[in-house]
Design a protein around this ligand. Structure first.
Ligand code: UPG
Ligand code: MN
Length: 787
């Protein structure tokens, strides 16, 4: 009701604004009204998908009751876990090792999990670190399971400042913990030694321990590499129990081939895992997102293996949570407004968007199939009966491909048809009979006849460069190409096919990652996301025009996707709106005519409705007011810098074909204690916000001194303008802090540029409309009485 009320008030407000132009500042008025209309539009896109938020609850004990009966084989579904890494310098191997250890130690039947690491950097350092990690896991995993510790990433576990003796009854715990801590310190020393060694490449390239040269010495031109650690053949832990499989994969790279960044890496893993283990579900994690809750996968299974609704669920997304963010979360890294408000809202429609990490997929959904069509639910009293909002009758879908989630997996009539469909499959999935067969095995598993050696050979084949040529990979299958935010596109395709996704927020955060905490890195990350969105907006997959034919995408879900692709464009009106107060102060004009008491009611009503929607949202989501305010501030900061650049770069890509690259975010390794927060790196992204800040400050000074000169009665009109300017300044405040750094020193180049730009603008305005003249000019009419 509040949302509807706000919509109505907004309409009245805009009507008033449109009907009351300012005649002596027509340009200012027009600009501001255009901006306000755009803001209203983007508010609708953002607000409406929050109409029906959902909170979910899982019952892990019932999952066990159903699928883990005593005396019977365990029926939980196998899961393949994918971890991506690319640059051992920016993504320290110790961070990746911790993620891997937390995966290997998770609470799930060991024979049902396999962990695949994609190394896009073909780095021997990563490889050797992984080999060390596999060795360390033999001790770490039994320790975790014996004492049920959390989290199971050693670095985080040992640095937790809690009373670890609480609730622990085993007498050996203290002793074993101490011993394990020592083991971990030694492990860390070994990893650090590997990293130190990796900083300078030897002349002839890297040599492996067995004396042969490392195949990945040229990172841009090397064969595919696969190494299986642990698992059935790879030995057991120190207590003789089996360990999950751990597989190192570095896909083939050759010059002249498009590698499609992370999306390409993930697709290579989809195929390798299809050939080697073929679990029906897969969990995808960034190298820095460790398992913070050892039962996370079980949480996901509560939905994916649900006999009633599970079959239509394409993925279960967990919120991203972070470690090591400064207490006030200066640059809104936690993103709680998104993860606790928007995503919960989407869950009430067709499900959350995929955010790139912490997500458990159904393999069949990634293979481009549609969800199985269950028996139609009996119609109840709902929107369905309303003729205007009811869903359109669905068009019959192509079912040539045969496989639709379950029922008819191998129902071919004769050999000819079999051959035909085989050819179709190879056109779709590529020339690997073993992989194609695996896609038909909906319940997972590899053909029993195949030997491990043959499978490994095939695995190398499916990660070769040319494998995806003339197939549907990246267009209809797997992770979708075409944007550096591959995650949004990938989820969007599934929703268009009619799948639904689930948002799962266990009490103990499922995964935790790191976030860039210094200003420049953060802005660059936001730039990449925004650029990815702009790419999608202009692509064939733009939610503005894609996927109407099938009619499977709910329209509020579409609103949300449109919102995630058009938000960077809001930077243009935002930039204008942030410069307006300075211009008003310098020229003495304003964007509104003097308002009557009646008209001011519109403003008060609008303000109140904004306030109420905000408060209600914070109430139901549990987001704190501080987090919300940070988000508002960073929306402006990101808006006038990163989003702006993204729009420009996106247009350049469209018009001039300049490709965009994926700048990987650095992951702080450890114990730096926010040194990073204050680290300052120069980037052009800093220029526009600094300029805005400076001109607004100049405006405030000029406005006040002007009012002082003009005496008492000019303070009234000034008030509105000052308020407006302060609005801009307080939003940019965290940015100002970031600029200052720890030592309160701003790099000279930023100052020079900004002062330059600011003074040019100010001078320009002063020359065009010098406000000083207003007081003394002999030809000014109103001067008579007061002068
Ligand atoms: O060519 C590449 C580039 C990146 N990555 C991996 O992609 C992941 C994400 O990179 P990161 O720099 O950490 O990006 P973030 O901005 O922190 O990540 C968010 O946004 C990305 C989309 O821009 C998603 O891919 C991520 O999953 C999501 O966590 C990392 O594991 C990288 O190793 C690759 O595997 N190959
Ligand atoms: Mn990251």
């Amino acid at each position: 009701m509040v949302i509807v009320a706000r919509l109505v008030i907004l309409a009245f407000f805009l009507r008033y604004r449109l009907l009351n132009p300012v005649h002596d500042a027509f340009g200012l008025w027009l600009t501001s009204v255009i901006c306000e209309i755009w803001f209203a539009f983007s508010w609708i896109l953002d607000q409406f998908p929050k109409w029906f938020p959902i909170d979910r609850e899982t019952y892990l004990d019932r999952l066990s009751l159903r699928y883990e009966r005593e005396g019977e084989p365990n029926m939980l579904a196998p899961v393949d876990i994918f971890v991506s890494t690319v640059d051992p310098m920016k993504e320290p191997p110790l961070v990746t090792a911790n993620t891997v250890l937390s995966i290997l130690a998770m609470d799930y039947p060991v024979d049902k999990i396999s962990c695949y690491i994609s190394d896009d950097g073909a780095s021997m350092c990563t490889f050797e670190a992984l080999s060390e990690t596999a060795e360390f896991a033999r001790k770490w995993v039994p320790f975790c399971k014996k004492f049920s510790i959390e989290p199971r990433a050693p670095e985080m576990y040992f640095s937790e400042k809690v009373d670890y003796l609480k609730d622990k009854v085993q007498p050996t715990f203290v002793k074993e913990r101490r011993a394990m801590k020592r083991e971990y310190e030694e492990f860390k020393v070994r990893i650090n030694a590997l990293v130190a060694k990796a900083t300078k490449v030897p002349l002839g390239g890297w040599i492996m321990q067995d004396g042969t040269p490392w195949p990945g010495n040229n990172t841009k031109d090397h064969p595919g590499m696969i190494q299986v650690f642990l698992g059935l053949s790879g030995g057991h832990d120190v207590e003789g129990n089996e360990l999950p499989r751990l597989v190192y994969v570095s896909r083939e790279k050759r010059p002249g081939f498009q590698h499609h960044k992370k999306a390409g890496a993930m697709n290579a893993l989809v195929r390798v895992s299809g050939v080697l283990t073929n679990a029906p579900f897969m969990l995808n994690l960034d190298c820095d997102h460790y398992l913070n809750n050892s039962k996370a996968v079980r949480e996901a299974m509560c939905f994916l293996m649900d006999p009633q609704v599970g079959k239509k669920v394409c993925y279960v997304q967990f919120p991203q949570r972070f470690d090591g963010i400064d207490r006030h979360d200066r640059y809104a890294n936690r993103n709680t407004v998104f993860f606790d408000i928007n995503m919960k809202g989407l869950d009430g429609i067709q499900g959350p968007v995929y955010v790139g990490t912490g997500c458990v997929f159904r393999r069949q959904a990634l293979y481009g199939y549609e969800p199985p069509k269950g028996p139609k639910r009996p119609k109840m009293v709902s929107c369905d009966c309303c003729p205007c909002f009811g869903r359109r009758k669905k068009l019959p879908k192509y079912s040539k491909n045969g496989v639709n989630g379950g029922a008819n997996t191998t129902g071919f009539d004769d050999d000819k048809e079999l051959l035909m469909s085989q050819m179709n499959f190879e056109k779709k999935f590529g020339q690997s009979p073993i992989f194609v067969t695996s896609t038909l095995m909906v319940e997972g598993g590899v053909p029993p006849s195949s030997s491990p050696a043959a499978l490994l050979k095939e695995a190398i084949h499916v990660i070769s460069c040319g494998y995806e040529d003339k197939t549907e990979w990246g267009a209809e299958l797997g992770w979708i190409y075409g944007s550096i935010t591959e995650d949004i596109l990938t989820g969007f395709k599934m929703h268009c096919r009619g799948w639904r996704s689930i948002y799962c927020m266990p009490k103990r955060a499922a995964f935790k990652g790191s976030a860039p905490i210094n200003l420049s890195d953060r802005l660059n990350q936001v730039l990449r996301w925004a650029l990815g969105s702009v790419e999608i907006f202009f692509s064939r997959h733009s939610p503005v025009w894609y996927g109407y034919k099938e009619g499977n995408l709910k329209w509020l879900e579409r609103f949300a996707y449109i919102n995630t692709t058009v938000y960077p464009f809001t930077s243009l009106p935002l930039l204008a709106y942030c410069t307006l107060p300075a211009i008003c102060l310098l020229t003495g004009k304003f964007i509104m005519p003097e308002i009557s008491t009646f008209a001011s009611l519109f403003f008060i009503a609008l303000f109140l409705s904004i306030f109420t929607t905000g408060i209600l949202e914070l109430r139901w989501s549990g987001v704190s007011i501080e987090e919300w305010w940070r988000n508002e501030q960073f929306w402006v900061i990101g808006g006038v810098s990163a989003h702006l650049f993204a729009v420009v770069q996106g247009l350049l890509k469209i018009l001039a074909g300049i490709d965009t690259n994926f700048t990987v975010t650095s992951k702080a390794s450890d114990d730096e204690d926010f040194g990073e927060l204050y680290a300052f790196k120069w980037t052009t992204l800093l220029i526009p916000p600094t300029t805005i800040l400076v001109i607004n400050l100049v405006g405030v000074v000029a406005g006040i001194s002007d009012a002082i000169n003009n005496g008492y009665q000019s303070w009234g009109p000034l008030f509105g303008k000052l308020f407006f300017a302060f609005w801009v300044i307080v939003h940019l405040y965290p940015f100002l802090k970031g600029l200052m750094g720890k030592q309160n020193r701003t790099p000279t180049i930023v100052v020079i540029w900004s002062v330059l730009l600011a003074s040019i603008f100010s001078l320009l305005w002063v020359r065009i409309d010098p406000f000083i003249l207003k007081t003394k000019g002999p030809d000014t009419k109103q001067c008579g009485v007061n002068c």
